[in-house]
Design a protein around this ligand. Sequence first.
Ligand code: PBG
Length: 330
Amino acid sequence: MNDYRLDLVHRPRRLRVNENLREMVAETDLRTRQLVQGHFVIPGEGQTQEVASLPGVSRYTADQLIPAVERDLANGVRSVMLFGVPDHKDAKGSGALDPEGEVPNAVRLLKTAFGDELTVMADVCLCPYTDHGHCGFVEGEQVVNDSSVATLAQMAVVLAEAGVDFVGPSDMMDGRISEIRHHLDEVGFDRTAIIAYSAKYASAFYGPFRDAAGSSPSFGDRRSYQMDHRNPREAIREVLLDLEEGADMVMVKPALAYLDIIRAVREVSTVPVAAYNVSGEYSMVQLAVREGLADERAMVLEILGGIRRAGADLIITYHASRVAAEGWLS
Ligand code: PBG
């Protein structure tokens, strides 16, 4: 058996024979510094709440967020994306404009504690703050565009005043990047950057997030503003518009069912491309691990590696803390 020889010139396995060689020829590089950890911020002080739908993820009051971020930072996670989970909601989403709201407070504390060591991004959207749970204002059954954009731009200014490095509009209203850019510049925040959720699809994978943030729409769904998953070309249109309007980074969301979109966006984008490995994608892995159906390390690195290979420069993921804490990439 063992002395049987094929007459082969090409043996791709030669480049796979040992770890050293596999490292040498690896075509994709996944690093902890490319990961952004998502965090949910609640009002008040001294509280940490586990999120049942996102095993391993907690909601923190701003003061409790500091030690959690400090640990991640020590392990190499250099960026966070913040989402507010307010206790007050109304039709106008007025909480989104409160300079003393949970997110501006958290931004101030984080930037005071860590300065430029930590890049702080904050989600810009009305859904956690509106009593109807839509990402813009509602008239009848319609989510209206332009007046929503005006408020989103004000929200971005509130976050910029708190010291945020990046605002991340996730609302999918038309024209919001340009309006946010102009509002920020008018009040002197020309260095506050915009990471645009450019190709954000209406997705069943946001379920655990909506549970964590209490942001499910009370009627209808988000298909009149978020994209249809059948449309790849439209993603390019959204990205090109956001680039023209001044986005500093663009994003594809979700990631896993949209790897082709990440690749396509990467080919046209002149700015870094982010991918959002969303809540449902995270929880599927965690539940499989809990059931003993998957090796967490192997599965997470394959997923994040796949998103990188598709073309993402950075990945927003709830796995970041654990990847870093376990030293899976060091
Ligand atoms: C707010 C927002 C959502 C997510 C990020 N920002 C929810 C939604 O659009 O319903 C989802 C992120 C995730 O699932 O992890 N608009």
